[in-house]
Every structure is written in C-alpha cells, then in structure tokens.
Design a protein around this ligand. Structure first.
Ligand code: NDP
Length: 334
C-alpha cells in the first residue's frame, strides 16, 4: 500500500515508518521542516526514493494544512495520523495542545475526503488518555470506555488534563466526522497508554527527549538516587508493538471502525529499576541502594483482548523494552 504518515519526526512515528517499510509498504511522511525530514531519509539510505519520501506540513493546527500533503501520484491507499503535541510545557492549553490535536485530526480527515478519494483506511493515534476516567475508574478498562473530561476542565485544570482532553476531543471528532460525512474511508484508532522503548528518532539533546521516555532517562541520570517516585502512569506498551498495531490496523479489513486499546499491562517504577540494575551494572550507582517493591494492585483491570484477536498482537516484555530503551539512551549520550 502507499501510506501517508503524519508527524514523521516523532518517537512513535519513527517506528511506524520502519514497521511499514518492513511490511513492504511505500511511505510518504509529513514533517515540519526539511531538516527534520532529511534526517529521517538519511537514516534510511538503503530505501529507494520511490518507497520513502516526505512532504512539509508546518502546522497541523492551521486550516487546510493537509490539502496538498494528501495529493499524491500514485495516490494514497491509507493514512496514519500520529502528529499531535505530547508535552506538558503549556502556556495556552488551547493553542499548545487542544487546537493542534482537534483541528489537526478533523483537518486531515477533511483533506482526505476532498482530495484523496483513493484512501480506504485512516488510523488515528489516539491514547489511553481518551479512555481513562481519572475521577472514577471502572472495574475494567476496554475500548467501550471514554474519558468524561469536559472542555472547561481541559482549558482550566492543569497541563495533564489539557493533554487528556486534547486526545479525547480529537478522537471523538474523528468518529463524529466519519459518522456524519460518510467518506470513502473507514477509521480505526490506536489507544496506547505510556509508550516506551528504543529511541530511533532525532532529538537535539537528552533534555528534549520525547515525554514518555523521560522517566527512564531521569532514572539512569541519577535523579531518583534518593528514592524512587510512586508509579504515576501504571500501564505501558513497547513502541515497536504500538507501531505494529498501527500497521495491522491499517492492513486488516476487520479492524475497520474499531478502537484498539493497545497495552502490555501494568508496570511499576521499582520493576524498571530492577531491570536497569540487572542489565546495566554501570548504572547501579545512579539508582537508590534500597527500595521496596511497589505494589501492582491497581484499582482497575484491563481488557486488551481485541488487540490480540483482531490485530494478532503479542506484547514484548518490560525487560526487553527497558533494556533496549536504556541501550539507545546510552548511545545518545546518557
Ligand atoms: P512526539 O512528541 O515524539 O511526536 C509528536 C509528533 O507530532 C512530532 O512529529 C511533532 O513534530 C508533531 N507535531 C506536534 N505538534 C505539531 C504541530 N502543531 N504541527 C505539526 N506537527 C506537530 O510524541 P510521540 O511520538 O510520543 O506521540 C505521537 C502520538 O502518539 C501523539 O498523537 C500522542 O498523543 C500519541 N500518544 C503517545 C503516547 C506516548 O506515551 N508516547 C501515549 C499515547 C498516545 P515535531 O517533531 O516537529 O515537534
């Protein structure tokens, strides 16, 4: 298939692109600048130009941002929309998080409907943020659950609520679009919790590392030498597994119209520290000498069976994910 991937410079998108290329697909990705895009091409010098190329989309929050990007010859068969801000450095929640997420998502769907009738499947990278109910968890989280956050809360509470709102409203807008506009394509969403694993994308320095790997970076840099923090986000998935989930959601006919809660399960910071100590003797001094095993009794259960049954996912272990992440951070200078 010929596939458009948005946000090609991102942590997850880098693995999505690799997974697509491994699966024999041809990829055009979007990036904000030519230098970011060229860096991705340099990392794939063995891939012919007709299999991997880019188009610049400077700001997904602008109206009609994707009108030119979705036009292609030969035309696209599918679009994977990963671009969306994921950080908590927020001065204006609307401008920094909500607009790019919501306008970016509805914008690309409108552009596809108007200019890319060949597209049959769109996969949007949503999040567990659009599933979780921070005030009252259900007994079991699955794809039927929605975050009840309101726009007022997203605008006025804190950056985390604004981020969770951005993902919730963007995903809702995508489903509404498909229902009302009845375009040529159908929709799937991938809803991962914390995504961790090896970094293969470009970042200027370890201080500007993508948000979801910051905790492990902090751990191996000695930030928690005096004590491990409590485990704030308790669900995780490896970046290579969520990348494969996007590709399979795109390829498999019966994935159409479905959300996918893509998670390997629960983890704790003490498990992460144990894995680092076991596999990296040179980093032992960066971690506390003693700490208690943190409890894995969380107030809810999870059901990720749809991701196994429809996408055929088998999840990597936390040990594999953390080990490969730490190796990649050390290679980047940590
Ligand atoms: P990154 O920050 O690494 O990637 C985000 C991507 O979106 C980058 O390519 C970024 O471009 C692009 N982007 C952000 N804002 C804009 C904008 N206004 N205009 C154009 N491009 C923009 O994050 P991840 O790879 O972690 O996240 C990718 C997706 O996965 C997001 O949709 C995120 O919400 C979702 N997700 C991530 C999780 C995680 O734990 N990592 C968990 C659940 C969902 P640039 O590089 O130029 O800034």
């Amino acid at each position: 298939m010929k596939v458009l991937v948005t946000g090609g410079s991102g942590f997850i998108a880098a693995h999505v692109i690799d997974s697509l290329l491994q699966g024999g697909h041809n990829v055009v990705f979007t990036a904000r600048t030519a230098s970011k895009a060229d860096h991705i091409l340099q990392n794939h010098q063995n891939i012919p130009k007709d299999r991997l190329s880019y188009v610049i989309v400077e700001d997904i929050a602008k109206e009609n941002a994707f009108d030119e990007a979705v036009k292609s010859d030969p035309p696209f068969d599918a679009v994977l929309h990963t671009a969306s801000p994921f950080h908590f450095n927020v001065t204006d929640p609307k401008k920094d998080l909500l607009d790019p997420a919501i306008v970016g998502t509805t914008g690309i769907l409108k552009s596809i409907k108007s200019y890319a009738p060949s597209v049959k499947r769109v996969v949007v990278t949503s999040s567990f943020a659009a599933i979780v109910n921070p005030k009252q968890s259900p007994e079991v989280y699955d794809e039927s659950c929605w975050n009840p956050v309101t726009m007022e809360e997203a605008l006025k509470t804190d950056p985390s609520t604004a981020y969770r709102g951005s993902k919730t409203f963007a995903e809702k807008a995508a489903w509404d679009f498909v229902e009302k506009e009845k375009p040529n394509f159908d929709l799937c969403t991938a809803n991962p919790p914390l995504v961790i694993g090896p970094v293969v994308h470009q970042f200027d320095s370890l201080t500007s590392l993508n948000t979801s790997n910051e905790n492990v970076r902090d751990m191996i840099q000695g930030k928690f030498k005096d004590g491990l923090p409590p485990t704030r986000v308790a669900l995780w998935v490896d970046v290579r597994d969520i990348a494969l989930a996007h590709v399979r959601a795109m390829e498999r006919p019966d994935a159409g119209g479905k959300r996918f809660f893509v998670t390997a399960g629960f983890f704790t910071n003490s498990e992460v520290a144990d894995i680092i100590k076991k596999n990296f003797p040179d980093l032992v001094s960066k971690l506390p000498d003693n700490y208690d095993a943190q409890s894995k009794e969380f107030p809810y259960k999870i059901d990720n069976s749809r991701s196994n049954e429809v996408l055929g996912l088998q999840y990597r272990s936390l040990e594999e994910s953390i080990t490969d992440l730490v190796k990649s951070l050390k290679a980047a200078g940590a």
